[in-house]
Design a protein around this ligand. Structure first.
Ligand code: HPA
Length: 308
């Protein structure tokens, strides 16, 4: 394993490492699944669809190139490839956070792997603190846009194959068609899901009262420490992105990590309901033009709870 990218004549933009290519090669030695969707299950959300994945192979994160070694023994993240409700998927139970100190390029490894494995859709989930007073702990929020306040751009140092910096358009990071499908899936299944703006902080600290006031004034409805690097990386490598926050606490009110995990677990059923609807749509026969399919630009978001 070199971890260093040799010059290449063509291909996708990326940072100066070869971890994604090495990871894809390693996965391909053991498993032939070409995922339609890659799903990242955040803190406490593994139960949402985890038990329903018919896995052909699983990998502990630390066996994948570029992934950090486990910090808590026995609590390593894992990747499962297989099928979920009839759809070929790769499911990441856990993720790489920027606050782990591996550099920002590590936080885009999951979308780079997703693209390398042939996926078209990236579904991100996270635990987040609610800033908007109408959001209640346990509620889900479909992310329609974000504020990147991590202090670094996830594509920092990325180059296109010709050496140009990756000047990626972020005017629609969260795919409007997928957002509509998720909102419809929520309302059809009586899940009270809001739609709003997610602010990403680097962490690992929670926010000060002044930061919370600032974030709310700046237009954020929820705050967390993940997802944005993966979403931006996903757009850069051509994936259609859907992201869902589970509001685990009121931002700024005292909450332990254990409280966050417990509330996320309680919301896992609602997340499962939404994901079932989204995957059903992805598995539907493709009898329309590409422009009408989820994963491509579609109509304005409607229904599915409150638009914040
Ligand atoms: N702030 C930042 N990240 C979080 C929070 C929060 O309140 N809750 C869960 N992840």
């Amino acid at each position: 394993m070199t971890g260093r990218r040799p010059p290449e004549p063509g291909g996708m933009p990326g940072p100066d490492d070869t971890f994604a290519e090495e990871g894809v090669a390693l996965i391909r030695e053991r498993c032939e699944v070409v995922p339609r969707a890659v799903i990242v299950l955040g803190s406490g959300l593994g139960d949402a669809v985890g038990p329903d994945v018919a896995a052909c192979h699983q990998f502990s994160f630390h066996t994948l190139p570029g992934f950090p070694p486990p910090t808590v023994p026995g609590h390593a993240g894992r990747l499962a490839l297989g099928t979920l409700y009839g759809v070929p998927v790769a499911v990441f139970f856990g993720r790489i956070h920027y606050y782990e100190g591996r550099g920002i390029a590590a936080t885009t490894l999951i979308p780079r792997l997703a693209a390398g494995l042939g996926a078209g859709v990236l579904i991100l989930t996270n635990a987040a603190g609610g800033l908007d007073p109408t959001l209640r702990p346990g509620q889900l929020m479909l992310i329609r846009d974000h504020l990147n306040l991590m202090g670094v751009n996830p594509l920092f140092g990325w180059r296109l194959p010709d050496g140009t910096p990756a000047f990626v358009d972020l005017s629609a990071v969260y795919d409007p068609g997928l957002l509509e499908v998720a909102a419809r899936s929520a309302s059809e299944r009586d899940v009270d899901a809001a739609t709003g703006v997610y602010a990403a902080m680097s962490g690992p600290t929670y926010e000060t009262p002044a930061e919370i006031a600032f974030l709310a004034k700046a237009g954020a409805h929820a705050v967390g420490m993940s997802t944005v690097p993966e979403a931006v990386g996903g757009v850069a490598v051509g994936l259609s992105v859907l992201a869902v926050s589970c509001i685990t606490n009121v931002a700024g009110a005292e909450a332990t990590h254990e409280d966050v995990i417990r509330t996320a677990r309680e919301a896992a059923g609602d997340l499962k309901a939404i994901l079932m609807g989204v995957l059903a749509e992805l598995s539907a026969p493709d009898d329309s033009s590409d422009a009408d399919r989820p994963g491509h630009s579609g109509p304005e978001v409607t229904g599915g709870g409150s638009g914040l």
